[in-house]
Design a protein around this ligand. Structure first.
Ligand SMILES: [Zn+2]
Ligand SMILES: [Zn+2]
Length: 188
């Protein structure tokens, strides 16, 4: 009986030990893998740190200007829009910054020739007797300009100090090569 118990104990011990060894072996092997991994990770981390470290040295100098650039760029983008292509139009044409999808007529036109902002008057056209001097002397004063503005439904009278146009329908500014008008950017 005692032998039997001893045998049993031996058996249990062996089984236990084997199991324990298996467990040990498993845990060791399963531990080793992560160890290897972490070793690789450490290597990677080292490499990453090396990569990061170098620009890090410049980072002390860069963030300020870079951030400011971003801020300036985003603020100028959100506050000032430029017409993608510039349009002139009649009195019924909507005004604002023209985008890729909306063909609005520019209301922030500037003349690069006389350096004046273009004025425009809805439902008016310029009298045929208008000349360069008239605009030179009277833009942008509507009270003076109205002397040669005639009521014309659907028309829009544009003028700077050197050029003038009476527009009835939407037209791309690029088609009128005589005009040195550009979009002066829109606040939005
Ligand atoms: Zn514009
Ligand atoms: Zn001009």
């Amino acid at each position: 009986m005692a032998d039997d118990i001893d045998d049993l104990l031996d058996e249990v011990e062996t089984k236990f030990c084997v199991k324990g060894n298996e467990k040990k072996a498993k845990t060791v092997s399963s531990k080793r893998k992560p160890i290897k991994k972490t070793a690789v990770d450490d290597d990677l981390n080292d490499m990453i740190n090396d990569i990061i470290d170098e620009p890090d040295l410049d980072d002390d100098l860069q963030p300020g200007p870079v951030d400011m650039d971003k801020r300036v760029r985003s603020s100028s983008q959100s506050q000032m829009k430029k017409c993608l292509s510039v349009f002139l139009g009649g009195s019924s044409a909507s005004v604002g910054a023209a985008s890729a999808t909306t063909q609005r007529t520019c209301d922030q036109l500037r003349c690069t020739s006389c350096d004046f902002k273009i004025v425009y008057f809805d439902n008016y056209e310029w009298d045929k007797t208008c000349d360069y001097l008239f605009f030179r002397n009277n833009v942008p004063d509507f009270e003076k300009l109205r002397a040669k503005l005639k009521m014309k439904k659907g028309s829009r009278a544009y003028a700077c100090q050197c050029k003038w146009r009476s527009i009835k329908s939407l037209v791309a500014l690029s088609q009128d090569t005589d005009l040195k008008w550009v979009c002066g950017k829109h606040a939005s």
